[in-house]
Design a protein around this ligand. Structure first.
Ligand SMILES: *Cc1c(COP(=O)(O)O)cnc(C)c1O
Length: 389
């Protein structure tokens, strides 16, 4: 079955819900057992019974888990209340005191902070590596290296990682590969076909797709599933039924939305690439981007998120004049909704330890609006920028 068909059919069983097309939001804590025998059996083997208590899963959570597992190409999934909760659950499922973790410098900054704070307290050591390291990651392994964390393209600067090369080395060394696959979504990158063992989605972004819920998903291979399932239970991770419902509602239209995000993103990237105020566009689907050939080899499309670096002479005041007057681009964290966003960052936000010049970047999320309306809004923004230098 092709992805477009899976998006419509996966995790849906109308016969189980009186013919209702959508799996309803099951709002429940208590799930009643039919007999003493059944109750006792569930107590002794909680995993065997599909639904035993709201925190452990409902038909609503199972529907989304099932759909995402199939799309990612993994075996089983679990939901978490946010993308970050999915990341922290996955890391702690496979790391113990005394273990060593290899973490990409391009990771989502709150994931890096989790390593620096919580994992350090737990006695787990992190080494950050250059996202472009490829097979040379071998030299960073220690006898106690258990996990390699990848995120491709990286947060902020959109470096594309050679995931198959990194995964080959990790597996030779007896480590697993955990990936943040939020940028591409399960439609545009197939993590398990590229050697990844555990894949994470901040479903808050494209799966929910409408900027109205927080949600995370962790998808596992057969080999990694048991450890993840246990840790997920031990931490008491659970997502709310209404948020999961919004994830299910969103995922049905993921393919058509992503196509427009892809096209709008590339149109805006080309437009920005030609502007004299722009030093560099960070978008792997652009020919000439350092990650372009790997992106073409491994990815099936591009999402709407990318960044531009402005010339060093662009002042804060000029940038504020540009951004404050934009009509179609909102300024905010997060992305993946239907709406366009433009958020200012310093380069050092994504390059910790950067010395010298620290130019402004604008992180752009290309929403679903008309392409020409979006480029006109940006063109008027550049007029304001130039008038306020
Ligand atoms: C937003 C984001 C997350 C975290 O998701 P939340 O739902 O906000 O916790 C993780 N990874 C990436 C790449 C993200 O953009």
């Amino acid at each position: 079955m092709k992805d477009e068909t899976l998006l419509v059919t996966a995790g849906r069983d109308p016969r189980a819900d009186y013919g209702a097309v959508n799996t309803p939001a099951y709002r429940t804590s208590t799930i009643l057992f039919e007999s003493f025998d059944e109750f006792e059996a569930a107590l002794h083997d909680p995993v065997r019974r599909k639904f035993a208590y709201g925190r452990l899963g409902t038909p609503t959570s199972a529907a989304l888990e099932d759909a995402v597992s199939q799309l990612e190409g993994g075996a089983r999934s679990r939901l978490a209340p946010s993308g970050l909760a999915a990341i922290t659950t996955a890391l702690t499922a496979f790391l113990s005191a005394g273990d060593h973790l290899l973490m990409t410098q391009g990771a989502y900054p709150p994931a890096r902070r989790f390593c620096e704070a919580a994992l350090t307290r737990m006695g787990i050591e992190t080494t950050y590596y250059d996202p472009l390291i490829g097979a040379d990651i071998d030299s960073l392994f220690r006898p106690n290296t258990k996990l390699v964390y990848v995120e491709s393209p990286s947060s902020g600067l959109f470096d594309v990682q050679d995931i198959p090369a990194i995964a080959r080395v990790a597996h030779d060394r007896g480590a697993i590969v955990v990936m943040d696959n939020t940028w591409a979504s399960p439609l545009y990158f197939k993590p398990f076909a590229h050697g990844v063992d555990v894949s994470i989605q901040a479903a808050t972004k494209y799966i929910v797709g409408h900027s109205d819920a927080m949600l995370g998903v962790i998808t596992c291979s057969e080999q990694t599933w048991r450890a993840l399932r246990s840790t997920h239970r031990e931490w008491g991770q659970t997502a709310g039924p209404d948020d999961i419902y919004l994830g299910l509602r969103g995922i049905r239209t993921l393919a058509v939305r992503l196509k427009q995000h892809h096209e709008n993103g590339i149109t805006l990237a080309h437009f920005l690439n030609k502007r004299s105020e722009v030093e560099r566009v960070y978008h792997p689907a652009l020919e000439g981007d350092p990650g372009h050939s790997l992106w073409k080899r491994d990815f099936l499309g591009a999402s709407g998120l990318f960044a531009v670096q402005l010339k060093s002479w662009v002042t804060r005041r000029a940038l504020a004049a540009m951004l404050d007057g934009l009509k179609l681009f909102g300024m905010g964290y997060s992305w993946g909704g239907y709406e366009s966003l433009a958020a200012p960052f310093h380069l050092s936000h994504y390059r910790p330890g950067l010395t010298g010049d620290d130019p402004w970047l604008i992180r752009i999320h290309a929403g679903l609006e008309d392409r020409q309306d979006l480029t006109e809004d940006l063109a008027q923004g550049f007029q304001r920028l130039n008038a306020n230098l």
